[in-house]
Design a protein around this ligand. Structure first.
Ligand SMILES: [Zn+2]
Length: 72
């Protein structure tokens, strides 16, 4: 079990995309932030299991909220 690197991307219609990067192979997978729930694990192409923890997702959601505040 590994902690992935998470990034936030905002696309046109103000949707939040969660980018999950594998710390081992650098592979990136995209998910809709709405559709990921805490405790979910993502299986990477390299066979690594990436855990999306409550804390990780919370910090991404905070980021998203802050961005929304700045761009109403
Ligand atoms: Zn990987």
């Amino acid at each position: 079990m590994k902690e992935p690197n998470l990034e936030l991307e905002i696309v046109d219609n103000n949707k939040a995309i969660l980018v999950v990067e594998c710390p081992d192979c650098g592979d990136k997978s995209n998910f809709l932030l709405d559709e990921v729930s805490p405790g979910t694990s993502v299986l990477c192409n390299c066979g690594g299991v990436l855990d999306l923890t409550d804390n990780n997702l919370k910090s991404i959601e905070q980021k998203f909220n802050e961005l929304n505040k700045n761009n109403p």
